[in-house]
Ligand binder design. Sequence first.
Ligand code: UGA
Length: 436
Amino acid sequence: MRISVIGLGYLGATHAVAMATLGHEVIGIEPDSSRLEPLKNGIVPFYEPGLQDALKKVLAEGTLTFQGEHDEKSAESALHFICVGTPQQAGQETADTSYVFVAAKQLAAVLKPESLVVGKSTVPVGTASALIESIAGVSGFEPKLCWNPEFLREGTALEDSLSPDRIVIGSNNPEINKNLRDCYQSILDTGTPLLELDLATAELVKVSANAFLATKISFINAMAEISEAAGADAVKLAEAIGMDSRIGKSFLRTGIGFGGGCLPKDIRGFIARADELGVSSSLRFLTEVDNINLRRRQRVIDLAQTELGDPNNKKVAVLGISFKPDSDDLRDSPALDISLRLMKLGANVVVHDPVSLEALANRETGLILEAEILEATKDADMVILGTEWKEYKNLDPNTLSPKTKTVIDGRNVLDVGLWQGAGFKVIALGRSIKNG
Ligand code: UGA
């Protein structure tokens, strides 16, 4: 089946490679040459384990090609996937859907009545219906349009695309879903559940899933705040409540909280959309989810100031700067936020990360970047673990030579006994650790 994938960021690039891996003839369309040119040359312009090898394979097989805009061949696709970003609007809480509408209008100019438009971007509920009208205004006919939200996580993006927990398709008429079902047939054959829903419900599945995940993380981080006040241990608490199969242990890792290009902006956009729909009280709790999350960052700043006194001219080594391991994505990264705030307080913040330093260098933050862990931590007044890369979990603290042996574990992954044995004072979020 010939398909086009419009927008080649995390979502689109991964989806294009995944669909080509399934054997479809895929045309990836991306007007931004800083993304397009590397992809044409087999280079993924962001860090995603396994994606580059998979890209090279499908490029060599000829199942995936890239171009900057639509042409007659791409217009002949049976499916057009819209995968462009929906970032938070500058200075507002709402999602910016303008890229989706621009992409849809460009597509509308070449769209064939028999082709199916498939939205994958995360959008406020109601966007799909508005898109049908917007496309019709250009194409002159009512387009066939489905909403097919994507649940992939950065770091395991390809695997999540090829083996999803479920496939959700929303449309006004399930008969138009046929080509999309066919496109995913080999995934469905492995037993993956398929849910065919209306447009609004399909849109809502995505944002409500992210809202639930964010709520779970903030719930355990609220328990961390209580544990800190009561002298309890939120890590053990999470383990104990997670053993209840109704609760489950995933997304109960307490620490400096969630970041990235999805969870934070999705809950804010969701709150804003509920407000527009006149049901703002339904999602009022999400404001608190956001607040709890942001307070965890402040907690690290407070702990650092308690330990350091005046941070001015103190060296703070931050290990891990991306919003999660196995990613170089710095969008709304808790570790980056903490680093910048400590820098503003006068600290000399030295940052180490296994893959994100290049992305950080492009931002001109003023942070000091260091590619060697030993150098980053040398003579530091404090070490902060910001992202739980396995390099840090496996680190032998005896090899480090900071000036003051204090570590704040922002992700609760360090072996406390091992670090204390190496002479460190270990401070962790949500835990009252006794240091000798
Ligand atoms: C998230 C969702 O998990 C995906 O299902 C969704 O498709 C994606 O957003 C999206 O909307 O595109 P992602 O942002 O890649 O995926 O990352 P997550 O694994 O959800 O982690 C988000 C943040 O939560 C990270 O900063 C992570 O460190 C933090 N986190 C996660 C915790 O603090 N505690 C946990 O227990 C789990």
